[in-house]
Design a protein around this ligand. Sequence first.
Ligand code: NAD
Length: 298
Amino acid sequence: MSADLIDGKAFAEKLKADIARQVSALKEQYDLTPGLAVVLVGEDPASQIYVRNKNKSTAAAGMNSFEYPMESNVSEAELLDLVARLNNDPAVHGILVQLPLPPHINEAAVIDAIAPEKDVDGFHVINSGLLATGGNGMVPCTPLGCIMLLRDRLGDMSGLEAVIVGRSNIVGKPMAQLLLNENCTVTIAHSRTRDLARVVGRADIVIAAVGRPELVRGSWIRDGATVIDVGINRMAKEDGKSRLVGDVEYAEAAKHAAAITPVPGGVGPMTIAVLLKNTVTAACRQANIPEPELSSDV
Ligand code: NAD
């Protein structure tokens, strides 16, 4: 068997085009321009690339993009003060504080200072609580992007066995909630899981979110499974350059899976597209107007 490629890049392009269409309709009908504020503390190179891409995509979709670079030695109080100002700024509908933050800043305190309705990352405890109890909060971008790819590929997921490898607050746990909402039977595996190969081997859907290159071996994948690889690991090459590798041993897994996401070009592009979608959702909710429907081909 040779797996079909789940082309997250192409799907994200369609989604972004649809969002641009929604934004122009919101401007025309309601004089509303969704605005996203991105706060970057310090000079972590990966974070700088993510933030640059987020700002570029926001502007390309016709939204307002506000950038707040801060020195790495900024105090927690100064950062909280900025978040408070953004909470009160009517032009800002979404606030994203790029993680990780420097060790002297309490990450949870900063996230929980963001007004839940502007928390487009969906990390605020109110939003995690709403997701866990079936409410209508903001949903974390990467897991929501994975669900969109899975729905597109599989349609109804009722009764399927889903195994998530990784139990982080930003990927693993919200992913489990979303798959439960799709009526999957969900297992979360993690660093203390016994016999990971056996657990992964019973899955119809495998989500890998570990941050270890090719930890999930191809031979573990059950024939016909759908594999979503969230991992992004930068590996040095002999010529001094680097390449990105996922958490799944792609070439071997593709021999067993029915469908698999590549790295890069799978989940990564979906994360930014969903961030834009969440910003539109947040803007509509704050303005008390109906949320636009996605067009039928997305
Ligand atoms: P994290 O470090 O917070 O969590 C990693 C999880 O993996 C932990 O829950 C841990 O229990 C589990 N784990 C560690 N070693 C393990 C082992 N040997 N066996 C089984 N489980 C093990 O990471 P995270 O923030 O969830 O990110 C995971 C990966 O996803 C990273 O590569 C990150 O870069 C990537 N990521 C990608 C996107 C995207 O947009 N594509 C977004 C977020 C994270």
